[in-house]
Design a protein around this ligand. Structure first.
Ligand SMILES: NC(=O)c1ccc[n+]([C@@H]2O[C@H](COP(=O)([O-])OP(=O)(O)OC[C@H]3O[C@@H](n4cnc5c(N)ncnc54)[C@H](O)[C@@H]3O)[C@@H](O)[C@H]2O)c1
Length: 315
């Protein structure tokens, strides 16, 4: 199979590329290297992918029709390119709308012109907003996103569903819950906290530490993409939660990280952020029943594997 991975140089994208290359597929990674962190970091993410002759990297923008028209035809698209990050989307929503909505529409148009039969879309748990249910299920309301980022992800899902209805494209939208692991984005809590702790700086604690996230180890995210690609052969549309199914509280995260690093974390208490949902947990009943998705990495093991990478990357 030949696969196009948009956002292929990013945190999740580079792991998707590595996994599918190792499985024996041809992979084209399209990435503009733009966004809120260092392009060099993204190029480093692709170091192991570049060892494969079946890998091709295209530096380009999903909004650029000329760039898209020069891409080879593929059997499936994993659409991960996005402006990511919840909080900055409140300050500066326009790039989010531009990349995540217009860019996604361009990718959809491209799949139509090339008759690509299957597409996996990276949606987000943020579409659930402050869900009152203990665990969010795909049937829960997604009518009250708390940030422009979440709005663009919800709109992306709607655009995907319309495309499926009109031409039978098989689409799986993966509502990913807080991915972590080696190469994690530097703006995400675990990576940011590890860096601050390492430098002896205080960790910003929004709220009282009782907020929580369902942290999904990167290998489980990659597995969900594998499962979803198999499922999309049916040419239908659906959304699936991708999580670990367990909430780690912010104060537990900080304590575990401090123990793992052998350091005593100092925190700076801040008001809860308006765009942050209080707590997340994925109900995995649907993704298990339909995709066969089952997360394998528990948080303590995932944290150790993240730290092993972090130590190497910062030594
Ligand atoms: N990391 C998470 O916890 C998480 C959770 C839910 C959803 N997601 C979604 O998963 C996807 C990947 O997230 P990530 O954490 O790997 O983020 P990332 O920022 O590391 O990766 C996104 C990649 O997209 C590229 N990109 C941005 N704009 C582009 C454009 N216009 N054209 C081409 N490439 C462009 C960036 O350069 C980057 O390499 C995103 O769609 C994100 O919204 C991530």
């Amino acid at each position: 199979m030949k696969l196009l991975v948009t956002g292929g140089a990013g945190f999740i994208g580079s792991h998707v590329c590595d996994a599918f290359l190792a499985d024996g597929h041809d992979v084209v990674a399209l990435d503009s290297l733009e966004g809120h962190y260092d392009p060099e970091t993204k190029l480093c993410n692709l170091a192991s992918a570049r060892d494969y002759t079946s890998f091709q990297f295209v530096k380009g923008d999903v909004r650029d029709s000329t760039c898209l028209s020069e891409l080879p035809s593929v059997d499936a698209v994993v659409h991960l390119a996005a402006r990511s990050g919840v909080r900055p989307s409140l300050r500066e929503p326009w790039p989010y709308i531009d990349v995540n909505v217009s860019g996604t529409q361009k990718v959809l148009h491209w799949t139509r012109t090339r008759s690509v039969p299957r597409l996996i879309f990276a949606s987000s748990s943020s579409v659930y907003g402050n869900n009152s249910n203990q665990a969010s299920a795909e049937t829960d309301s997604v009518e009250q996103p708390l940030s422009p980022y979440a709005e663009t992800k919800r709109l992306g899902e709607t655009m995907m569903e319309a495309e499926t209805g009109t031409r039978g494209l098989g689409v799986a939208c993966l509502r990913i819950f807080s991915a972590y692991g080696p190469r994690q984005r530097p703006d995400l809590a675990l990576h940011k906290f590890a860096r601050l702790l390492c430098n002896g700086d205080q960790l910003p604690l929004f709220g009282d530490g009782s907020s929580g996230r369902d942290y999904t180890f990167i290998d489980d995210v990659v597995d969900s993409v594998r499962c979803a690609l198999d499922w999309t052969e049916k040419g239908t549309f659906d959304v699936f939660n991708v999580g670990a199914g367990k909430t780690v509280l912010l104060r537990e995260l900080i304590d575990s990280l401090g123990r793992e690093m052998g350091l005593l974390p100092m925190v700076k208490r801040l008001q809860p952020h308006a765009a942050d949902v209080h707590s997340t947990r994925a109900d995995l009943t649907h993704s298990h029943a339909v995709l066969g998705y089952r997360p394998k990495t528990h948080f303590p093991e995932g944290l150790s594997r993240f730290m092993a990478w972090f130590r190497k990357a910062t030594s």
